[in-house]
Ligand binder design. Structure first.
Ligand code: 8YV
Length: 333
């Protein structure tokens, strides 16, 4: 019997390709071309599985044009590049990579928040430009992280891991807002207080965004929200571009409505709003919060495990739409 064909849509660790090749006819993408939707549809002809990243959109039109597709395994915890109802309607299993990136992403979110609060990027650029000619009492004075109020919008796994760093490592007071409140057992070790969004915006010294992107979270932070924040506050986004209205944020930073921001994700990335590029009080990184060697490898291994399990009659470890499984396995068509 011929082996299933799978597409690995972007370049990935060679060891992961080798592992996939033990089970499948693998079509890799060694040049790391980012396929247009039409190219992706073409590349997926005859493929039973796709190993994807955030740059591949899987929607109803693509699914209709790729009837042999049975599983899409995303190398990411976020899956706003997947139309999940469309996948489910087509009987296509979608999987993601939760848990393995939680602590790494929380480390980076916390580091970005500290970088904004203590003006690390701004002062480094000043030094590199050769402008440092003396010490002065108020040079690059920022705001403290320890003992400050940490506000978290969206308190899933990564949000809780950031809250833990703040509460237990830096003596921060944690407040959060989320669709649903944490249980008392989850709140108590963090001493976390559930508040409404307005209170969160008004009281946070350092606000970190960790909520998934969806139509409802689009522009969760816009001009009106930024206007509620303290002029000394910082805003950090390690979630998704589009959660923040980047134009409104740039305006708020320029007018010093808030003190500083730190962004790892952007609306329309890899493009970055040109106004953000010119502002000194924002730290900008290219979507690397999960980028440690160990974590990216663990994510790739988990995505591969999902693909292998789904197409070999085993139970995939991290399905997004388990309702397409029958008795825990993907039914053959
Ligand atoms: C991924 C991410 O590296 O997991 C996520 O949701 O944002 C990152 O960790 C990125 O999405 C590439 O797929």
């Amino acid at each position: 019997m011929s082996r299933p064909q799978v597409l690995v849509a972007r370049a990935v660790f060679p060891q992961v390709l080798e592992r996939l090749a033990q089970h499948f006819e693998v079509q890799a993408n060694p040049t790391d071309t980012i396929y247009t939707p039409a190219q992706l549809t073409l590349q997926l002809q005859g493929k039973a599985g796709a190993f994807t990243t955030g740059s591949e959109r899987i929607d109803a039109a693509l699914l209709a044009a790729c009837p042999q597709l049975r599983v899409v395994a995303n190398l990411a915890v976020g899956y706003n590049n997947f139309d999940i109802p469309a996948c489910t309607a087509a009987g296509v299993l979608a999987t993601n990579t939760p848990d393995v990136l939680t602590e790494t992403t929380a480390d980076f979110g916390f580091a970005l928040m500290m970088a904004a609060a203590r003006r690390m990027a701004e002062s480094e650029h000043f030094l590199r430009r050769g402008e440092w000619d003396r010490w002065s009492y108020d040079m690059f004075t920022g705001s403290d992280v320890h003992g400050a109020t940490l506000g978290i919008l969206g308190i899933g796994r990564i949000g809780q891991a950031i809250a833990r760093r703040g509460a237990l490592g830096f003596g921060m007071r944690v407040i959060y807002h989320n669709r649903s409140r944490l249980s008392a057992e989850q709140e108590s070790p963090l001493n976390a207080r559930y508040v409404d969004k307005t209170t969160l915006l008004k009281e946070a010294d350092h606000l970190v965004l960790v909520l998934p992107y969806s139509a409802t979270s689009h522009h969760s932070i816009g001009a009106a929200d930024l206007a509620l924040m303290k002029p000394t506050a910082t805003l950090t986004n390690v979630a998704r571009g589009g959660i923040v209205d980047d134009a409104a944020l740039a305006a708020a930073l320029r007018q010093r409505q808030i003190a500083a921001a730190a962004l790892d994700v952007f609306e329309g990335e890899p493009r970055v709003h040109p106004d953000l590029l010119t502002l000194p009080n924002v730290v900008l990184t290219p979507h690397i919060a999960s980028a440690t060697v160990a974590t990216r490898r663990a994510m790739a291994d988990l995505a591969a495990s999902n693909l292998i399990a789904a197409l070999t009659g085993a139970t995939p470890p991290t399905p997004i739409n388990p309702q397409v499984l029958l008795g825990g396995v993907l039914p053959r068509r």
